[in-house]
Ligand binder design. Structure first.
Ligand code: IPE
Ligand code: IPE
Ligand code: MG
Length: 253
C-alpha cells in the first residue's frame, strides 16, 4: 500500500529541526506514563486519564505508521500494575476491547498487525478474547507491527525464558554449550522482533519500570515531562529527530 510521507520539515517554536527519511528507528518502544496525573490535574478520576491516553495511542499509531516504523511496542499494563485499586485495574482491562472495537477497521485499512508480549493467560477472559481476536483479524497484514505489552514484566519474561530453556535442555532439545545470546533471545516474548532502537517515556519519570530488560541493552532513551494524554505527533517527531542525531556506538568507536 502506498503511503505518502508526511511533511518532514517543521518549524518549532524554539528553533527548528529537520527530520530526514533515513536513519529512522525501526522499532520504537514507549512507556505511556502519566495518565493518572493528567486526570488529577483536571480534578477527574484516574480512569479518565486512561481513556484520554487511549486517544493518544490512536494518534501515535497513525503517525508512526506514516514514518514507516516497523514495530511500535506500547507498555499498556505491567506485572506490577495489579497492585492498583481493583476498580482501576478493571477499567484498564476493559480498554483493549473498547480500543479494538472502535479502531480495528482503521488498523485493517492501514495494514497494521496487532501482537502482544506478556502473560496473556492471566488476563480476564474478556480482555484476552478481545486481544486474541485482534491478533487473528490482523494476522495477514504486513505493515507496522503494533505490539502491546500486556501483563508484561521484563523479569517475568526472562524467568519464563529460563524455564523453557531448562526444560529444552532436560528433554535434549537444546545443548548447554549452544546457549548464546541469539538462542536465549528466541525464548523471549519479543522473538523474532529486533531490539528497540528508541525508547520513549512520558511523564518525567526517568526509569524503565521492568520494561524490556534484556532488549533495551543498546536502545537510545528519550524522556519527556509531557503526560501521555498530552503527547502528540509533534513530540513524537521530536523524539525521532533526536534519535537521528544520536551517535550509536554499540561499544565501538
Ligand atoms: C500510565 O499512566 C498507564 C498505566 C500504567 C496503565 P499511570 O496510570 O501510571 O499514570 P500516573 O503515573 O499515575 O500519572
Ligand atoms: C509503567 O508505568 C507501566 C506502564 C506504563 C504500563 P508505571 O506508572 O506503572 O511505573 P512506575 O510505577 O511509576 O515505575
Ligand atoms: Mg505511572
Amino acid at each position: 500500500m502506498f503511503m505518502k510521507m508526511p511533511f518532514l520539515n517543521r518549524r518549532k517554536k524554539q528553533g527548528s529541526y529537520k527530520l530526514s527519511n533515513d536513519n529512522l528507528p525501526e522499532h520504537v518502544a514507549i512507556i505511556m506514563d502519566g495518565n493518572g496525573r493528567w486526570a488529577k490535574k483536571r480534578g477527574l478520576p484516574r480512569v479518565a486519564g486512561h481513556r484520554e491516553g487511549m486517544m493518544t495511542i490512536k494518534k501515535i499509531v497513525r503517525h508512526a505508521a506514516k514514518f514507516n516504523i516497523k514495530v511500535l511496542t506500547l507498555y499498556a499494563f505491567s506485572t506490577e500494575n495489579w497492585k492498583r485499586p481493583k476498580t482501576e485495574v478493571e477499567y484498564l482491562m476493559k480498554l483493549p476491547a473498547e480500543f479494538l472495537d472502535t479502531y480495528l477497521p482503521e488498523l485493517m485499512e492501514n495494514n497494521i498487525q496487532v501482537r502482544t508480549i506478556g502473560q496473556l493467560s492471566d488476563l480476564p477472559e474478556h480482555t484476552r478474547q478481545a486481544v486474541e481476536l485482534a491478533i487473528e483479524k490482523t494476522v495477514q497484514n504486513d505493515g507496522m507491527i503494533l505490539n502491546f505489552a500486556l501483563n508484561y514484566g521484563g523479569r517475568a519474561e526472562i524467568l519464563q525464558a529460563v524455564q523453557k530453556l531448562a526444560a529444552d535442555v532436560k528433554n535434549e532439545q537444546m545443548k548447554v554449550e549452544d546457549i548464546n545470546e541469539e538462542a536465549f533471545s528466541s525464548y523471549l516474548y519479543t522473538y523474532p522482533l529486533k531490539d528497540p532502537d528508541l525508547l520513549i517515556r512520558t511523564s518525567g519519570e526517568i526509569r524503565i519500570s521492568n520494561y524490556l530488560l534484556w532488549q533495551l541493552a543498546y536502545t537510545e532513551f528519550w524522556f519527556t515531562d509531557v503526560l501521555w494524554p498530552d503527547f502528540d505527533e509533534e513530540q513524537f517527531e521530536k523524539a525521532l529527530y533526536d534519535f537521528q542525531n544520536r551517535k550509536r556506538r554499540f561499544g565501538g568507536v
